[in-house]
Design a protein around this ligand. Sequence first.
Ligand code: SAM
Length: 268
Amino acid sequence: MKDATFGSEHHRARKRFGQNFLVREDIIHRIAQAVNPRAGDALVEIGPGLGALTGPLLEGAGQLKVIEIDRDLAARLRERNDARLTVIETDVLKVDFESLKPANQKLRVVGNLPYNISTPLLLQLAHAHECLQDLHVMLQREVVDRLIATSGTRAYGRLSVMLQSVFQIEQILAVPPDAFKPAPKVQSAVARLTPNASVPDAATLKALENTTRIAFGNKRKTLRNNFKKVLSENQLRELDIDPGARAETLPLDAFHRLANAIVDLPPD
Ligand code: SAM
């Protein structure tokens, strides 16, 4: 596949890194306004790219750590020689967010995310919730729809259950393709995620990952069928779950009861 070049920046956008760079000033301004960075915030940007958001974030917080996988883009950012900016050149999926956290302060994470890794990255951030104050992320609109979907709707699935178990989630901005260069084929949206006051413990969250994988394994099958190897019909009934129901009809608390029941099962 051919990559696109554009603008005076002369950077060849790399599809494999999901590079669609924000170019619309009004959108950049509105995202920065929504994040509202304050002096001293422990701010982390995932995928700064050509720095569209980096400037406004840095202005507000006075310090910023950025995580960028693309060697050339990381080098450009280092060339700024800005002591307020820490460039971490690595794959964000390998980052231990706890290690970026200052003592006594939680991280504020911002990113126009590479859409090709959005699901594993969101799950990683869910597991890292204890070190997060909030997240502002640009995602494919469809993914934001899934994040905020309630049970009984078509968009409700694993991501909805996993992320809503950890975060309060709101869509704060719809973003059209022309806000980026190159323009993606899909609509985008920015969401704000704030950790819930009470979050399942790490073992239960892991179990919830397994539970949702099994429950949504075959969307057309009933829970009786999807859980056949794990829980009997009677066990499902004891958890007040109808074995004849389908996963997309189960509310969050039912998934939590299931996760608590299978917490000790080994992962497959
Ligand atoms: N923030 C910039 C903007 O809004 O214009 C760039 C956004 S672009 C959608 C995604 C950025 O994430 C790119 O700079 C890309 O190189 C970077 N990226 C892609 N995969 C990454 C990964 N696994 N770890 C860290 N950065 C990644």
